[in-house]
Design a protein. Structure first.
Length: 491
C-alpha cells in the first residue's frame, strides 16, 4: 500500500487538540502553560507547554481509537524500508536494551562487539544476559577501535554455537561502519538475529552516498537516535524490525518493560515531523550536508597541525568497512595538545561545542541543519586554535596501552559483579581485583572497564593519566578515581 508521506499523524492530532479547545483535568499539571512559572515560560516559550499533552486521553482518546501513534510508526517504517517501527521517548539507551531483551534472556548469551556503548552493558546487567565479546578491529597507530568484521563474528559463532544472536555498533561515534550485510549473512546462516546499534545513523537511509543502512543490509533489529543526526528532540529514538526471527509482539512487550507510561508527545511530534521532512526532502537535504562537509574537510586539512581523518585513514583491511563523511574527526595532536584541551579552549574562547574529544582528536558532526555560517564559525575557531596552541602547551600525556593490554579478562558475568558484595579500594591497590562498576570515558561512551573484568596496571594508568589530562569519567562511584569499586573477596 502506497503511504502518503505528506501526512504527519502526531502533528495533525496535536493541531486538532488545540483547534478543539479541549479543557483537561488530567496531567500534565501545567494546564497548557497556564500554571507554569512565568520565568520558565519566558525562557522556554509557551509552545513547549502547548505541545505537552497526554498521549492517550489527550492526543488520542483513552482507547487510542484514532491510531495516531500507530499511523506515525507505519509511515516511519515505510520510509526506511522496515517491516515494523516503534517510537520511544527514552533515547536509544532504552531502545537497545529492549532489542537485547527480545533476543536473549537471563543466563543466555549474546555476541557483542566490545566497542559497544555503555547502554549495552547496562542492558546486560539488567537482563542477566552473558556477553560473548567480539573484539573490534583495532588501529594501533591511531589508538582507535573500529567495528568487528564479519569473519570475527563467524569465528565467535563457531566457538559459541549456543549464543542467541549478535549485536554490533555501526556507525561508531567516529563515523566508522561495519560490513553489515556480511555480518547479517553470518547470523542468518545460523538462523540467529542481528541487532545493530545504529544510534549515529538515523540519516543513512536518505542518500545513496551515505553508508548502507541496517535495514537495507539485512539486519533484524536496528536502533536509531533521531536526535543525534536527525531533526528529532533529545531522547527521540526509534527501533526498526524486519524478518521473522524476532516477533514484533515480543519486541513491543520487552520494550514495555522499560518504557515510560507517560511518553512525551513533544518527542513523538519531533520524530513524526522528521520522518515527513526526510520522506519529502531527505535526499536534497543530505546531499547539501555532504557537499558542505566535503568543503569543510578540505578547508580544515589546509590548517597547519590539523588532520581530518578520511577513508584512507579509517577504512581498509583490518579496519572499518565504510565511513560516514558527515562525522568530521580532526586530529589535533599535531598542535602538541590533546582533544580535551582543544575542546575546552573552543568552548571557552569561541563558544563552539564539539561532538567528541579524546586524547588526540575532536569530532564535529555535520547535519542538514548546518550551513556555510555554522561551518564558517567552526573553521574560524579552528584557525584561532592553531594560533593559540603554543600557549596551551605543555599538556599532560595520556598513556594509551596497546590493544593486547587494553583488553581485560571477563572474570565474572557483569550482573553478578555489579550486584554482588563489593568494596571500595584505593586505585593503587586495584590491579588484579575484579571491577564491580563501569568506567567509561564520555564521550564517546564506550566503557574501558566493565563490571566483572579484572583490572590491570596498564588500564589503570590509562584512566589515571586520562583523568589528569581532562578525560570525563562520569560512571565510577568515585569520579576522581581515588578509589575503585571492586568485588569483595569471597575467600
Amino acid at each position: 500500500m502506497k503511504r502518503d508521506h505528506e501526512r504527519a499523524p502526531v502533528l495533525e492530532a496535536l493541531a486538532d487538540y488545540h483547534r478543539q479547545g479541549r479543557t483537561s483535568f488530567s496531567p500534565p499539571g501545567h494546564k497548557q502553560a497556564r500554571g507554569a512559572d512565568p520565568a520558565v515560560r519566558e525562557i522556554l516559550g509557551d509552545a513547549v507547554f502547548l505541545g505537552d499533552v497526554l498521549a492517550s486521553g489527550g492526543l488520542d482518546d483513552r482507547l487510542t481509537r484514532g491510531r495516531v501513534l500507530e499511523r506515525a510508526e507505519e509511515l516511519m517504517a515505510d520510509v526506511v524500508h522496515a517491516d515494523h517501527t516503534f517510537f520511544t521517548t527514552c533515547g536509544s539507551s532504552l531502545s537497545v536494551k529492549a532489542a537485547m531483551l527480545s533476543v536473549a534472556g537471563p543466563h543466555e548469551r549474546l555476541l557483542i562487539g566490545r566497542d559497544a556503548h555503555k547502554s549495552v552493558v547496562s542492558g546486560l546487567i539488567i537482563a542477566g544476559i552473558e556477553p560473548v565479546w567480539v573484539e573490534p578491529q583495532w588501529d594501533a597507530e591511531r589508538h582507535l577501535a573500529h567495528p568487528p568484521s564479519a569473519a570475527d563474528f563467524d569465528r565467535a559463532f563457531d566457538e559459541h554455537p549456543d549464543v542467541k544472536g549478535a549485536l554490533v555498533t555501526s556507525p561508531t561515534p567516529y563515523g566508522t561502519c561495519a560490513d553489515l550485510q556480511a555480518i547479517a549473512e553470518v547470523c542468518h546462516r545460523r538462523s540467529r538475529p542481528l541487532i545493530v546499534d545504529e544510534a549515529w545513523g538515523a540519516h543513512l537511509p536518505f542518500h545513496p552516498d551515505l553508508p548502507t543502512w541496517a535495514m537495507d543490509a539485512g539486519a533484524d533489529i536496528c536502533v536509531t537516535s533521531v536526535h543525534k543526526m536527525g531533526s528529532g528532540l533529545e531522547q527521540g529514538s526509534v527501533f526498526h524490525l524486519q524478518g521473522d526471527l524476532v516477533p514484533p509482539q515480543l519486541l513491543k512487550m520487552r520494550s514495555d518493560l522499560l518504557s515510560t507510561t507517560s511518553p512525551s508527545v513533544l518527542i513523538y511530534a519531533g520524530l513524526d515531523g522528521w520522518r515527513r521532512q526526510m520522506a519529502l526532502r531527505g535526499k536534497d537535504l543530505m546531499g547539501g550536508a555532504l557537499d558542505l562537509a566535503a568543503r569543510l574537510r578540505e578547508d580544515i586539512e589546509r590548517l597547519d597541525g590539523l588532520h581530518v581523518n578520511d577513508r584512507d585513514d579509517f577504512c581498509g583491511a583490518g579496519l572499518a568497512d565504510d565511513l560516514d563523511p558527515l562525522t568530521v574527526t580532526i586530529e589535533v595532536d599535531g598542535l602538541g595538545i590533546t582533544g580535551y584541551r582543544a575542546a575546552d579552549w573552543l568552548r571557552q574562547h569561541r563558544e563552539i561545542d564539539v561532538h567528541l574529544n579524546d586524547h588526540r582528536r575532536i569530532g564535529a558532526q555535520i547535519t542538514h541543519g548546518d550551513d556555510e555560517e555554522t561551518t564558517g564559525e567552526l573553521l574560524a575557531g579552528l584557525k584561532d586554535l592553531v594560533a593559540a596552541a603554543p600557549e596551551l602547551r605543555p599538556v599532560p600525556g595520556v598513556e594509551v596501552p596497546p590493544p593486547a593490554e587494553l583488553r581485560l579478562e571477563q572474570a565474572e558475568p557483569p550482573r553478578d559483579a555489579f550486584f554482588g558484595p563489593a568494596e571500595d579500594v584505593p586505585v593503587e591497590e586495584a590491579a588484579g581485583r575484579i571491577a564491580a562498576e563501569m568506567i567509561t570515558p564520555y564521550p564517546p561512551g564506550i566503557p574501558v572497564v566493565l563490571p566483572g573484568e579484572r583490572l590491570t596496571e596498564p588500564v589503570l594508568r590509562y584512566l589515571l593519566t586520562g583523568r589528569d589530562a581532562g578525560m570525563n569519567l562520569p560512571d565510577p562511584s568515585n569520579t576522581s578515581l581515588e578509589t575503585i569499586r571492586v568485588t569483595a573477596d569471597r575467600e
